[in-house]
Design a protein. Structure first.
Length: 266
């Protein structure tokens, strides 16, 4: 496990993706700061209008921007590369020399992808808080419920937001792991994983498919607003976790079924 995490975070590609995610809140904050009138027009992502009054809202705005596209794209790269990348490099057979074999490798690879989900999300949140504090005034935050919390209490909420988004991406990671067992071409697995995230969101936006929405792994991706109320409403967090657990179970089983019969010597 430690070896897998070390390899993942030694890659230049990993740090390039983390750097790209960090640029999202930085760009948002800089653009708002240098805009001619210093205010938003009422259009744009959620919480954008509140940034000039409190820089801590940069994190929330950056999350709403990153969740639909940028986070799924980076998760698709990491998850799609889990098995296909090793097969492409010819190192897969050597990894399976250990007695624990294929199940252990799948679990370790998935754990690495899950950790990246948290690091990627935390990067957006932490960078947003830092750049927001540097460019704008900060202070107690007014929640969606109308209550006000101090800066320490708000940072606890930001950590919960990072955990929520991490959980939201766990299902996509499991899908990527499964797709990665189907091919030896990592770019194909990466693209397919990211494309499925886009397709699921498109389906989720169609009112004609409302019956399907509760089953889409993207259904609760933007449901973190309940964490910005006093008291916190945990319903969406629990529903989201249950949905992602279902995807993990289904696609984890499919990944095992495919990988356990995969001829790694061919």
């Amino acid at each position: 496990m430690v070896s897998e995490i070390t390899v993942l975070f030694r890659r230049l590609r990993t740090w390039a993706m983390i750097g790209a995610l960090a640029l999202i809140p930085i760009l948002i904050a800089v653009v708002v700061r240098v805009s001619s009138d210093g205010s938003a027009s009422g259009r744009g992502p959620a919480f954008l209008n509140s940034i000039t009054q409190n820089g801590l809202f940069v994190s929330l705005t950056a999350l709403t921007v990153a969740i639909p596209l940028f986070l799924p794209l980076t998760i698709g790269v990491v998850a799609g590369d889990t098995i296909a990348g090793e097969a492409n490099l010819g190192t897969l057979r050597y990894l399976l020399v250990a007695p624990a074999g294929r199940v252990r490798l799948l679990l370790v690879k998935y754990a690495g992808a899950a950790l990246f989900c948290f690091v990627a999300t935390l990067t957006v949140v932490v960078t947003g808080a830092i750049i927001g504090a540097l460019l704008f005034p900060v202070g107690p935050v007014t929640l969606l419920s109308g209550d006000t919390v101090g800066i320490p209490g708000y940072f606890v909420r930001l950590l919960l937001l990072a955990l929520y988004v991490t959980v939201s991406l766990m299902g996509l990671s499991a899908i990527g792991l499964f797709i990665s067992t189907l091919t030896t071409i990592p770019v194909g697995a990466m693209a397919a994983t990211a494309a499925l995230a886009a397709v699921a969101q498109i389906l989720g936006a169609l009112p004609q498919l409302e019956w399907l929405h509760p089953w889409l792994f993207t259904n609760y991706w933007l449901g973190f607003a309940d964490l910005l109320r006093e008291p916190i409403v945990w319903n969406s967090f629990a529903d989201n976790a249950l949905l992602q657990l279902g995807y993990i179970a289904v696609f984890g089983t499919l990944a095992y079924g495919r990988f356990s019969t995969k001829d790694i010597l061919s």
